[in-house]
Design a protein around this ligand. Structure first.
Ligand SMILES: NC(=O)c1ccc[n+]([C@@H]2O[C@H](COP(=O)([O-])OP(=O)(O)OC[C@H]3O[C@@H](n4cnc5c(N)ncnc54)[C@H](OP(=O)(O)O)[C@@H]3O)[C@@H](O)[C@H]2O)c1
Length: 209
């Protein structure tokens, strides 16, 4: 698939490496240093473009920028209409974790990405751990949670998560995202390494509650 990366930092570049290695076409975008971005793109066998060009050329958009500049990044991408979006962001604002007034960060971002086929994933584990743990096999294979309200988009994203070297586990809709969102706390999966059986049991437990 052709995948736009909006924000090729720790999380975005790592996802780009993993997906390029799996044979996907990646287009990197949204940097304050276009030469650095182009060099990284060349290294991983992709290309660099403006956010708008990257999105227009792609079926999937990995959106991976700091929380405080989401609106700025969305202005640069232009409409995400019809694109499957994988939002990796966490609601870490200028003075710590943001209070979103009872909404999940996934609901907040889905609302500002009008027309996008929104999903959220790659946000619960540090970039360093994702790089180190990708590709494990058998019972050691690490789970990557996802959520979203578009079932077909989640199917596609689950395939990409598998290609990146993790087991996809569906947390539910954007309204169900809280356990996979910051901060790290008892009873949530944010920040936790889980494997398939325990992750499935966790989600079943939530649904039964
Ligand atoms: N790091 C983690 O372990 C981790 C784990 C899970 C989720 N997340 C979430 O994933 C998202 C991305 O995190 P990250 O750690 O990958 O961030 P990061 O390393 O700081 O990357 C941010 C990206 O945005 C680009 N950018 C463009 N304009 C920018 C500006 N004005 N200010 C800052 N960056 C700008 C940066 O490119 P240039 O520097 O080239 O300009 C960089 O590629 C965040 O929402 C974070 O909460 C992070």
């Amino acid at each position: 698939m052709r995948i736009a990366i909006v924000g090729a930092g720790r999380i975005g570049a790592n996802a780009a490496w993993l997906l390029a290695k799996a044979g996907h076409d990646v287009v990197l975008s949204f940097s304050r240093d276009q030469d650095k971005l182009a060099a990284l793109a060349a290294e991983l066998g992709g290309r660099a473009a403006t956010p708008r060009e990257a999105v227009e050329a792609s079926q999937v958009v990995i959106f991976s920028v700091p929380w405080r500049i989401i609106d700025e990044a969305l202005e640069q991408t232009g409409p995400l209409e019809g694109r499957i979006v994988i939002d990796t962001t966490n609601q870490f604002g200028t003075s710590g974790w943001e209070d979103l007034g009872g909404r999940t960060a996934a609901q907040v971002n889905a609302a500002r990405m009008t027309g996008a086929r929104y999903t959220k994933s790659f946000n619960t584990l540090t970039a360093g751990f994702q790089a180190e743990a990708a590709g494990r096999t058998g019972p050691e294979r690490v789970v990557m949670f996802l959520c979203g309200d578009d079932e077909e988009a989640k199917q596609v994203v689950s395939g990409l998560i598998d290609d990146a070297g993790f087991t996809p586990i569906d947390m539910g809709g954007t309204a169900d995202a809280a356990p996979m969102e910051a901060p790290r706390r008892p009873g949530a999966v944010y920040g936790e390494e889980l494997h398939e059986d325990e992750a499935r049991a966790f989600v079943e437990g939530l649904r039964a509650a």
